[in-house]
Design a protein around this ligand. Structure first.
Ligand SMILES: [Zn+2]
Length: 289
């Protein structure tokens, strides 16, 4: 692999209420049609870690453009758009006489170079610690990485801005439990998800919650940003708790009108799973008009 240093540096943070500012050590790299790859830089050196390198060349270009040295890789799950670039990064590092540290879930489909980590594991990044949170549902072994000090969450395809991942291998109960775990993190955490799905997610959210002011405002913002090809991620967990339909009380119906007597909502686990499963199934088939 060679370095194409023509890669444009990160665009300025887009204006908007619902798009969180990138911290100076966080770099958002576009790849494929709608993926985001994340680079996390040691604030005191040029070392950086990459999360879910689906495209090795995109990250090599980004590292060159910023004069950064990739030293390690964090993998959230086995899908090719999240780990397809691992071999390229290993080759690139080997050409410089270096070996990359790689971590990922315990799963035979994860790149063989990855050291397995599990719920509660801590990965020492040199400048901080990434705690592993098991978030099965999208895949059975999906994990997220959380930097508590920096309040950074790398959640792969589990939680998206205004949405959540498809349930390919797990059950709705597993996915709901995973999302509830992430919901309990610090509300000012930056949600660094892996896809630019926000606009479609918000069109669905508007159908599920037609009278929700936060969702309506967030949709208008996303329409404006995407019309200019600007990113809508990362977001703050606080905003997800307020406007992500999968975190929002887990009730698929529109909220009752103010004058209506609020219905008694069954908060048992089974009832919450049923509501979540229905909402996720609706999203699978939803097409915006
Ligand atoms: Zn995936």
């Amino acid at each position: 692999m060679t370095c194409h240093s023509t890669e444009a540096l990160a665009s300025a943070n887009p204006p908007g209420q619902f798009v969180a500012r990138l911290s100076p050590q966080l770099h958002r790299i576009k790849a494929f049609a709608d993926n985001y790859l994340w680079m996390l830089q040691d604030p005191r050196s040029s070392h950086c870690w990459v999360v879910d390198p689906g495209d090795g060349q995109a990250l090599i270009d980004a590292a060159c453009a910023r004069d950064l040295q990739i030293v390690g890789i964090l993998l959230t799950h086995h899908h090719a758009d999240h780990q397809g670039g691992v071999d390229d990064l290993h080759r690139w590092a080997a050409n410089q006489g270096r070996v990359l540290e790689v971590f990922g879930p315990r799963d035979e489909r994860i790149h063989r170079s990855a050291q397995p980590v599990e719920d509660g594991s801590e990965v020492d990044l040199g400048f901080g610690v990434a705690r592993v949170i098991a978030v099965p549902g999208h895949t059975r072994s999906h994990i997220a990485y959380y930097l508590e000090q920096e309040r950074l969450l790398f959640c792969g395809d589990c939680l998206f801005a205004a949405g959540c991942g498809r349930i390919f291998e797990g059950s709705p109960a597993q996915m709901l439990d995973s999302l509830e775990k992430l919901s309990a993190l610090h509300p000012e955490s930056l949600v660094c998800c892996a896809h630019e799905y926000t606009l479609a997610n918000l069109r669905f959210a508007s159908a599920a919650y037609p009278d929700h002011p936060q969702i309506a405002a967030r949709l208008q913002e996303a329409i404006a940003l995407r019309a200019q090809d600007l990113p809508t991620v990362p977001s703050l967990l606080r905003h997800e708790l307020q406007s992500n339909p999968f975190l929002l009380g887990l009730v698929p119906q529109a909220q009752p009108a103010a004058s209506a007597k609020p219905a008694q909502i069954d908060e048992s686990h089974a009832a919450r799973v049923d509501r979540f499963a229905a909402l996720r199934a609706w999203k699978n088939e939803f097409r915006a008009v």
